[in-house]
Design a protein around this ligand. Structure first.
Ligand SMILES: NC(=O)c1ccc[n+]([C@@H]2O[C@H](COP(=O)([O-])OP(=O)(O)OC[C@H]3O[C@@H](n4cnc5c(N)ncnc54)[C@H](O)[C@@H]3O)[C@@H](O)[C@H]2O)c1
Length: 394
């Protein structure tokens, strides 16, 4: 019999992701709908959160606002208490590994934001420790649930593209420096010593997105830059930006697809959405964003002729057709929480485990290595059993 309730330790519940995505867009809507529906289509498991962090007053304010009964500043006590089944981690990246170790050792099912760790060694150790402890483990993979990417996946599965040749992605927007306008991201994102950097932030996402849609990443070449060397933090104090704020990368995928992805917090948006992927195949192409997806079939492809001497009056953007919103898509963070809870309660499949998280960290580490050395870095297949897996350059 599945339990009727599942207790969730939400560590870092007052942070940007912990509060906005995991609490207010996931756990609270799940609570409001009466819990997670299990595979029999009838039984529900209700969620009960405890908000954990360092500042009791802040946690209590959130708890009062949302009618949550439990808050704590004592993680060890929560981990020792059997009424809490799942440990969930939304801490800043640097603080994550020690907390995950404690949760694994306490035998809790463990779910975490990405990246799982700051180094491949630490990420693999987490995956192996979780396996040794026999605990269920999961890592976020929210981008797969973006409506635009859901449409892209449907197009791929339908055979629309023929043979997929290449992917070009643009992610980014201008993050203010913090002096004449406040920055819209936490300042630790711009300090390497605090676990910041756009490669560490975004390559774990790119890894599972590329794996899911196109094929596993075999190699990466990346040029990382710190374009803005000095910023001003949340308290108005100037600091040196030591982490990369832009990365220009080429990924070679299993099966031969080439993906070029630019990730930048120093770009002004001249696109429809903050992320866009163009996929070109022999039979058709698509441009997918967060929500939207437009396609052009080979039969509707215009025949441009290069002539720079004459103004070109053809409206190329008008040649694309919008893919309809046929299937409603729920918030990605909420959907992945429901999947993880089903995994914990009824052993439903959940491929986005700590080993998947380690592959994301491996890609970030390889991207930074590539940028440091100016070389293309090959990625080895990671397994839970292998004694040591490292990225090697060619
Ligand atoms: N999935 C996504 O799309 C996505 C997007 C942004 C960030 N993230 C990830 O989410 C995590 C949190 O990022 P954020 O933007 O919410 O950051 P944030 O700074 O808003 O929140 C961090 C949380 O960690 C807590 N914290 C800070 N220092 C701590 C310490 N030394 N010990 C214990 N707790 C500490 C803070 O109190 C806060 O609750 C990061 O790992 C980041 O990579 C994921």
């Amino acid at each position: 019999m599945p339990p009727s309730r599942i207790g969730i330790i939400m560590n870092g519940a007052s942070g940007r992701m912990g509060y906005r995505q995991h609490l207010t867009r996931s756990i609270l809507p799940i609570r409001d709908q009466g819990g997670v529906l299990l595979s029999d289509g009838r039984t529900r498991v209700q969620v009960e959160p405890i908000l954990v962090g360092r500042d009791r007053k802040k946690l209590q304010e959130i708890a009062d606002r949302h009618n949550i009964a439990h808050v704590s500043t004592d993680l060890d006590a929560c981990l020792a208490d059997p009424q809490w089944d799942i440990y969930a981690d939304f801490l800043l990246t640097k603080a994550r590994v020690p907390a995950l170790h404690k949760a694994i050792d306490a035998g809790k099912a463990t779910y975490t934001e990405k990246p799982t760790a700051e180094s491949l060694d630490a990420a693999l150790e987490l995956a192996r420790r979780a396996q040794r402890a026999g605990i269920k483990n999961g890592v976020v993979h929210d981008k797969l649930f973006l409506p635009g990417l859901v449409k892209l996946k449907t197009l791929i599965d339908s055979g629309f593209f023929g043979k997929i040749l290449s992917v070009r992605g643009e992610f980014g927007y201008w993050v203010f420096e913090g002096d004449w306008q406040p920055a819209q991201r936490p300042s630790w994102n711009y300090r390497a010593e605090d676990g910041g950097g756009i490669i560490v932030d975004m390559f774990p996402h790119w890894n599972y997105v590329l794996e899911y849609l196109f094929g596993n990443v075999k190699s990466v070449y990346a040029a990382a830059r710190t374009h803005i060397p000095a910023r001003v933090d949340e308290t108005g104090v100037a600091y040196t930006a030591t982490a990369d704020d832009a990365a220009y990368a080429i990924f070679e995928l299993a099966g031969g697809i080439v993906a070029q992805l630019n990730s930048s917090w120093t770009v002004r948006v001249h696109r429809r959405e903050l992320v866009e992927f163009q996929v070109d195949g022999t039979h058709g192409s698509a441009v997918a964003g967060l929500f939207d997806c437009r396609v052009q079939h080979r039969t509707l492809t215009p025949r441009p002729v290069w002539n720079p001497d004459l103004p070109d009056t053809h409206n190329y953007l008008a040649d694309w057709t919008t893919v309809p919103d046929n299937v409603p898509v729920d918030n990605g963070f909420k959907v992945q929480w429901e999947q993880f809870i089903r995994h914990v309660v009824e052993d439903a499949p959940h491929p986005y485990d700590f080993l998947s998280g380690a592959r994301g960290v491996q890609l970030a580490e390889a991207g930074l290595q590539s940028s440091r050395t100016g070389t293309r870095v090959q990625l080895r297949e990671l397994t839970l059993e292998a004694p040591h897996d490292v990225a090697v350059s060619v």
